[in-house]
Design a protein around this ligand. Structure first.
Ligand SMILES: NC(=O)C1=CN([C@@H]2O[C@H](COP(=O)(O)OP(=O)(O)OC[C@H]3O[C@@H](n4cnc5c(N)ncnc54)[C@H](OP(=O)(O)O)[C@@H]3O)[C@@H](O)[C@H]2O)C=CC1
Ligand SMILES: O=C1O[C@H](COP(=O)(O)O)[C@@H](O)[C@H](O)[C@H]1O
Length: 518
């Protein structure tokens, strides 16, 4: 979109163009007022506003809805709209920003200058919200978690919470169990649990939700989905990006807190949980909680054997040189923060007893890929002349979360041709993008509207967050106690060699070492 179009775009409201049958993804949600605290932050500009725009363009949003950005920076609504436009241009996939719907979207955005800790901005916000509409009110806290409590208290004092109000808490919810409990307590003083939406955007990813469909809408997998048939499971979330200007936050956090405590454990829950009796919020959450509670603690004494920490050094990603972690802005020069973690977890219950789950995540790794690998046990006996049972490569189900969402089943097949029966490994591929022609919405699109719908199924309940921290804490303590420093790895690789050694000690290997293609 050309720059000279900007003034006209942001001052001339026009109705949202009607969605066509191809673009509309469902019924509109009730009209809403979305107040985004941290309205000028990276998350808001990179993810929240582009996702809200996409839902607008797809015809899911009532025209009387409003989006109100709030933060301390002094600026007019006009200037804010111009910044939103820049963000949409920069962060939406090419070709998806449409002039008419963008103009209408921008016209529904307001800005309020406000300090979370108090001041007159709260009266301005109250006046704006009190303009007679009956919209659902969403308060999205896209700020550092230490001001979640103060923001909720200000909302209460300003008298702007009504029966149609909800609050969304961005991750991380705390830095450890104590701070998570404090945040949950402070927010819980103001909002009832059903009105609190703790977001984990991995639960909004299409392919993560597809895990529910794969497991519970097919009869094929469940009989095999246990340690009698599954040999081990791997969950990998590999990124090629570094800390992307978030060094200040990341250096205090690290990969275990930033990724494992939330995203990887939530995915593990969906992989491992029992079938909920129906797809109702509390049934799903109850089953996830049981998994978190069944996770065998990695005690302080076990951290050396069962966890690996890494930190990237300079290297190359996609043929381009990238700096090491210690040279990134905002990182302390002698930082001991891990940018990579791999660990071996166990779920102590009837279904999974004695079978490991290997989890791994890191920044500046070889490729961007998130996947779940279910490794099945070998056949008990070979009937094929010339093939022992160990020659028959055991089945493996690979669920690709991103990119190239899909399911790959590794199996043995007969090599075509006359004569004897020769066997060879083959892969059955189901690519979701080839099968379903629709656009894959960003995870936030679904979740932002679920808040308005009042559907918290894909959000974390208080006890889940606290159970996850309870499992993470002994690992952090063990690292501290044994002064387990992160091992260096070259950017563009698969992390420290100790991670490979950890899984190879169990006579297994990471999926990428076997087949980088999927
Ligand atoms: N960026 C990302 O990709 C992701 C971020 N998150 C989480 O989301 C949260 C926000 O992250 P991010 O956007 O990166 O952070 P930024 O530092 O970019 O943004 C912080 C925002 O909070 C506002 N803010 C800070 N203090 C106050 C205050 N006292 N009163 C009102 N507004 C305030 C800032 O505006 P101003 O200074 O003008 O007040 C700014 O808009 C963090 O908890 C982060 O961990 C989670 C997942 C991904
Ligand atoms: O929450 C976070 O997630 C991103 C990775 O998300 P993805 O959708 O791109 O896989 C990660 O980069 C960031 O550090 C973390 O805070």
């Amino acid at each position: 979109m050309a720059d000279q179009a900007l003034p006209d775009l942001i001052t001339t409201p026009s109705p949202v163009p009607p969605a066509t049958a191809e673009t509309k993804r469902g019924p509109t949600v009730p009209p809403f007022d979305y107040v985004i605290f941290g309205g000028t932050g990276d998350l808001t500009f990179r993810k929240l506003l582009p996702s809200l725009y996409s839902t607008f363009r797809d015809g899911l949003v009532e025209p009387s809805s409003r989006i109100i950005g709030a933060s301390r920076a002094a600026m007019s609504t006009e200037t804010y709209r111009a910044r939103v436009l820049e963000a949409l241009e920069r962060h939406l996939p090419a070709g998806t920003l449409e002039e008419d719907s963008c103009r209408a979207f921008l016209a529904q955005i307001e800005y309020v200058e406000l300090d979370a800790l108090g001041g007159s901005g709260w009266n301005t916000l109250a006046a704006l919200l009190d303009s007679g509409n009956d919209n659902v009110r969403v308060f999205y806290l896209a700020t550092s978690p230490d001001i979640f409590g103060p923001i909720c208290r200000q909302l209460q004092n300003a008298g702007i919470i009504n029966g149609k109000s909800r609050v969304v808490l961005e991750k991380p919810i705390g830095h450890d169990l104590g701070t998570a409990r404090q945040i949950n307590h402070d927010v819980g003083q103001v909002f009832q649990e059903p009105a609190i939406f703790r977001i984990d955007h991995y639960l909004g990813k299409e392919s993560v939700q597809n895990l529910l469909a794969l497991r519970f809408a097919n009869s094929l997998f469940d009989p095999l989905w246990n340690s009698r048939y599954v040999e081990h499971i791997q969950i990998t979330v590999a990124e090629t990006v570094g800390v992307e200007g978030r060094g200040g936050y990341y250096d205090r956090s690290g990969a275990l807190r930033d990724m494992v405590q939330n995203h990887l454990l939530q995915v593990l829950c969906l992989v491992a949980m029992e079938p909920p009796s129906h797809l109702a919020t509390e049934s799903v959450r109850d089953e996830k909680l049981k998994i978190l509670q069944a996770l065998a603690p990695i005690t302080r004494d076990e951290v050396v054997q069962r966890t690996v920490r890494g930190q990237y050094r300079g290297g190359a990603i996609d043929g381009k040189a990238v700096p090491g972690y210690l040279d990134e802005p905002g990182i302390s020069e002698d930082s001991q923060t891990e940018t990579f973690v791999s660990l071996k977890a166990e779920v102590h219950n009837w279904r999974w007893a004695g079978m490991p789950f290997y989890l791994r995540t890191g920044k500046r790794l070889a490729t961007k890929t998130s996947e779940i690998v279910v490794q099945f046990r070998p056949v008990p006996h070979s009937i094929f002349p010339g093939y022992s049972s160990s020659d028959l490569i055991p089945n493996k189900l690979v669920l690709r979360v991103q990119p190239n969402e899909g399911v790959h089943l590794h199996m043995m097949a007969k090599e075509p041709g006359p004569g004897g029966l020769r066997l060879r490994g083959a892969v059955l591929n189901l690519s979701f993008s080839d099968t379903f022609k629709q656009r894959f919405p960003d995870a936030y699109e679904r979740l932002l509207l679920d808040v308005v719908r009042g559907n918290p199924t894909l959000f974390m309940r208080r006890d889940e967050v606290e159970a996850a921290w309870r499992w993470i804490e002994p690992i952090l303590e063990g690292w501290r106690e044994f002064d387990l420093r992160p091992k260096p790895y070259v950017a563009g690789t698969w992390g420290p060699s100790a991670s490979v050694a950890m899984i190879e000690r169990d006579f297994r290997s990471w999926h990428d070492e076997v087949s980088p293609e999927g």
